[in-house]
Design a protein around this ligand. Structure first.
Ligand SMILES: NC(=O)c1ccc[n+]([C@@H]2O[C@H](COP(=O)([O-])OP(=O)(O)OC[C@H]3O[C@@H](n4cnc5c(N)ncnc54)[C@H](O)[C@@H]3O)[C@@H](O)[C@H]2O)c1
Length: 246
């Protein structure tokens, strides 16, 4: 018996990267996991790797009808939604002065509106259940305002605020809402950075290196567990000390 045996978890953007690692960690502890991603092919492939413990339900988090279908399919096939991890996210970096309006809209839509839409649809189920855990993946960029990421940092700061509001509104029904703010983690997202930028980032991190996907998954599992029952509305930075909140 794993810590999450009998629990059902939806993880958005879980075809690869941090989301996939979170799904793997929850599945290893007995949860049944819903692999959801805008990339339907990769979504099915990843769910296939987990065998009978996983189902694939592709969804673009910015499209309300697809989000509603994700929650409906989960309920029909697995009977409940105990854990939601809002992980789907993208970057379109540029200096603020040159940032294109379409790149602002795209990043805000996927990262912030997507988190709102999926949270709202899943909350309807959790409110009836009178239990649930929502974990939003923010970023340290939203805490300290990384240059070149006006759209991304704003979307992630918005997620931190949304986490607090939903935590207050849902606490009465025994639903915890928290956020994890990763620092720089080795994934496809950070592979895009040049070696020079990576070296300068590592210099700023007290531990002198980027984190691994398992560092984020471990924190998400803690927040999804009963060990974190009295924690809500919080954002935990997992960043090797890059940011230290006052
Ligand atoms: N890698 C890092 O260093 C880092 C740092 C801080 C925060 N994060 C956050 O962690 C999360 C995961 O990042 P990652 O590094 O694993 O990225 P990734 O690019 O490897 O994975 C993101 C996944 O989200 C999916 N996705 C994109 N748009 C979507 C949409 N509209 N609907 C549904 N799915 C969509 C992609 O297909 C992809 O599978 C993101 O929210 C990201 O902002 C990452």
């Amino acid at each position: 018996m794993g810590e999450f045996t009998g629990k059902v978890a939806i993880i958005t953007g879980s075809a690869r990267g941090i989301g996939k690692e979170i799904a793997a960690a929850l599945a290893a502890e007995g949860a049944r996991v819903v692999i959801s991603d805008v990339n339907a092919e990769a979504c099915a492939e990843t769910a296939g790797e987990f065998g009978a413990q996983a189902i694939a339900v592709p969804a673009n988090v910015t499209v309300k009808a697809e989000v509603e279908n994700l929650v409906r399919q989960t309920k029909e096939q697995l009977g409940a939604v105990d854990i939601l991890v809002n992980n789907a996210g993208v970057t379109r970096d540029a200096l603020f002065i040159r940032m294109k309006e379409e790149d602002w809209d795209l990043v805000l839509n996927i990262n912030l509106k997507g988190t709102f839409l999926v949270s709202q649809a899943v909350s309807a189920v959790m409110l009836k259940q009178r239990s649930g855990k929502i974990i939003n993946i923010a970023s340290v960029s939203g805490l300290f305002g990384n240059a070149g990421q006006a759209n991304y940092a704003s979307s992630k700061a918005g997620i931190v605020a949304l986490t607090k509001v939903t935590a207050r509104e849902l606490a009465g029904r025994n639903i915890n809402v928290n956020a994890v703010a990763p620092g720089f983690i080795v994934t496809a997202m950070t592979d895009k950075l040049t070696e020079e930028i990576k070296a300068s980032i590592n210099k700023q991190i007290p531990f002198g290196r980027m984190g691994e996907v398992k560092d984020i998954a471990n924190t998400v599992l803690f927040l999804a567990s009963e060990k974190a029952a009295y924690i809500t509305g919080q954002t935990i930075a997992v960043c090797g000390g890059l940011t230290m909140q006052s």
